[in-house]
Ligand binder design. Sequence first.
Ligand SMILES: C[S@@+](CC[C@H](N)C(=O)[O-])C[C@H]1O[C@@H](n2cnc3c(N)ncnc32)[C@H](O)[C@@H]1O
Length: 322
Amino acid sequence: MSNGLFNEAITVSENYTDETDIVLYQGDCMDLLRDMESESVDLVVSSPPYNLGKEYEDPTSLREYLAGQKPVIQELYRVLAPTGSICWEVGNFVSDGEVFPLDIFYYDIFKGLGMKLRNRIIWRFGHGLHCAKRFSGRYEVVLWLTKTDNYVFNLDRVRIPQKYPGKRHYKGPNRGKPSGNPKGKNPSDVWDIVASDWEEAVWDIPNVKANHPEKTEHPCQFPVELVERCVLALTNEGDVVMDPYSGVGSTLIAAVKWNRRGVGAEAERRYVEIARERISRFAESQLRLRPMAKKVYEPKQSKLSQIPMEWRDDGSPEEIHR
Ligand SMILES: C[S@@+](CC[C@H](N)C(=O)[O-])C[C@H]1O[C@@H](n2cnc3c(N)ncnc32)[C@H](O)[C@@H]1O
């Protein structure tokens, strides 16, 4: 199989090995984790089951739910390299109309292991369910934590277009010079990734497949682009990216797309089948993915929205500004 980035086939194994591009284990993530060597993973990107009564979940109390998650996180910590990161994407647990923000509860578990929070990223949606007795929820949270202070962070790989690249310093020693960064701006801790179409795919069930090129039958799959940003910023080529709850394989696809290895576990056979199909379509360049950093706004055409002359021939990647 070939996809343009890989010269050879993407190799997939059903059990843990460090010899294939992807490990896709069907079963309980704890069983996979037990087979893995300590410090063998560079990044974990995952969205755990939320205990919200989705078809694959048995609703339990929040306390029981977290008690069940703790051993998984302890194992993830063990397999994480000292320079590694965990990106843990969660929403709210809602019981009798009361909201329990899961990131707050998870934070204690990570902190108890000595991990350090680098960002509490807000992944924002434009639309969603309309609530009658509280304000409608329009975001989820990604906790980005590192194992140590010596962690990988490649900001330049994930800079995004500036709205007004033509802005200039108006005083001081740099007066008249462009005030931004020619490589683009820091994407900040509020992510609007796919805000314009994904949220309809996630929430607006009748339009699930029509609205987003990536959407499958999984009820809470996340967009590959969300993982790509984590992969590019927090790992280097050849690194290992893991998702213990890999669903339809979004993390694994983002990993191999950028020449990293992917390791995932998924309990439901049907989702594993879909993940396999998606990986195979990706390898054949047939998988439709929303392009990274697709514009979600069109700045008005003015001098400020144009790329400064000084930046045009400096070798900075042009697409960053488009
Ligand atoms: C929130 S979804 C993750 C979706 C994934 N991010 C994607 O893009 O497809 C959580 C997934 O965890 C799976 N799951 C639940 N318990 C599991 C376990 N103990 N081991 C492995 N997978 C599990 C569920 O079947 C579900 O597909």
